[in-house]
Design a protein around this ligand. Structure first.
Ligand code: BMA
Length: 310
């Protein structure tokens, strides 16, 4: 156990880096973005934008340094399409982006808000302008999902979080073609009792491939008399058998502290869906929704995260 708490994630000095006021069309809030570093070095955020009906769509914002001067698409980049995909009737949320070298495409795995609750949907894209939709790939209630970048033992791997009430654990499932899924395995279980990650956990950004294993930042939800507290912990998984957990932090290392994390539409929430790794291979930029209202950036080191995990 650690007795000292190193600052593993440093908040950007100009946080929040994106708010509803930055949008070119009227919106309620912008949060929980997926992230990708494009081949030319541009950082792309696929932001969850909530309109004033209460429904979400996705909108791209691009920045040369991943910190400022964001170029925001003048209209929604990916909207719900309930005519062709009735599962998206109440909007689409919380995208996680993984680049798939085998297909030379990005996989965007997002939440489709169906009549029966959240489900997991997939779209592929080369340019974040045109999208090839696969529809719902995991039925409700399921969310917090992302693909691994390459096949494991010949099959694609999807991390996701089905709810088996009253608890919600992280699972991994496999597919030969991204459409048919099976081989379901429990990947990480929520703790019980008074733990910070008791009863409900979920994947945050897609896992980061390191020589030591897949490094996962995950969120734990603590129910309190004052509402839910969303905080982040770490776990490490075997590169060739990703359902095998090698290490897991006992403690959370990042939680709501700044005013924009404590106050907003849903206070006490830090919720990253994306991160980028700088060309040095170590610096990690984590983009997170703050209090379901704005987008903030925190920076750390993959090496330091692994060291802290022990
Ligand atoms: C989770 C998701 C996130 C949201 C968080 C806090 O269940 O719905 O989109 O940011 O709750 O409200």
């Amino acid at each position: 156990m650690n007795n000292h708490h190193p600052e593993l994630f440093r908040r950007h000095e100009r946080n929040p880096i994106l708010t509803a006021a930055d949008w070119t069309y009227p919106i309620n809030s912008v949060f929980n973005p997926g992230a990708a570093r494009l081949p030319d070095g541009t950082t792309l955020l696929l932001c969850r934008v909530e309109d004033r009906r209460g429904q979400s769509h996705l909108c791209a914002a691009r920045s040369a340094d991943g910190k400022g001067d964001w170029q925001i698409d003048p209209q929604p980049t990916l909207s719900a399409d309930p005519k062709n995909f009735p599962e998206e009737m109440w909007g689409i949320e919380d995208p996680r982006i993984t680049y798939l070298p085998e297909l030379s495409k990005y996989a965007v795995v997002y939440t489709a808000y169906t009549r029966e609750g959240p489900g997991v949907a997939l779209a592929l894209t080369e340019d974040f302008r045109r999208f090839e939709r696969y529809g719902v790939i995991m039925p409700p209630e399921d969310k917090d999902a992302a693909l691994l970048p390459r096949r494991i033992g010949g099959r694609w791997a999807l991390i996701h979080r089905p709810v088996s009430s009253p608890r919600a654990n992280i699972w991994i499932s496999y597919s030969p073609d991204l459409r048919h899924w099976g081989g379901h395995k429990l990947m990480l279980e929520c703790r019980r009792g008074g733990w910070w990650d008791a009863n409900k956990i979920g994947l945050s950004p897609p896992p980061i491939e390191t020589p030591a294993g897949w490094l996962m930042i995950y969120h734990g939800v603590r129910q309190t008399a004052a509402g839910s507290l969303y905080r982040l912990g770490l776990a490490l998984f075997d590169l060739n058998a990703p359902d095998r957990c090698l290490k897991r932090s006992d403690e959370w290392f990042f939680g709501p502290e700044a005013h924009y994390e404590l106050h907003g539409d849903v206070g006490n929430v830090v919720f990253p869906c994306g991160c980028t790794i700088a060309p040095d291979g170590d610096t990690i930029n984590v983009y997170y929704g703050a209090a379901d209202s704005s987008i903030a950036l925190a920076t750390g080191s993959v090496r330091a995260l692994l060291e802290w995990l022990g």
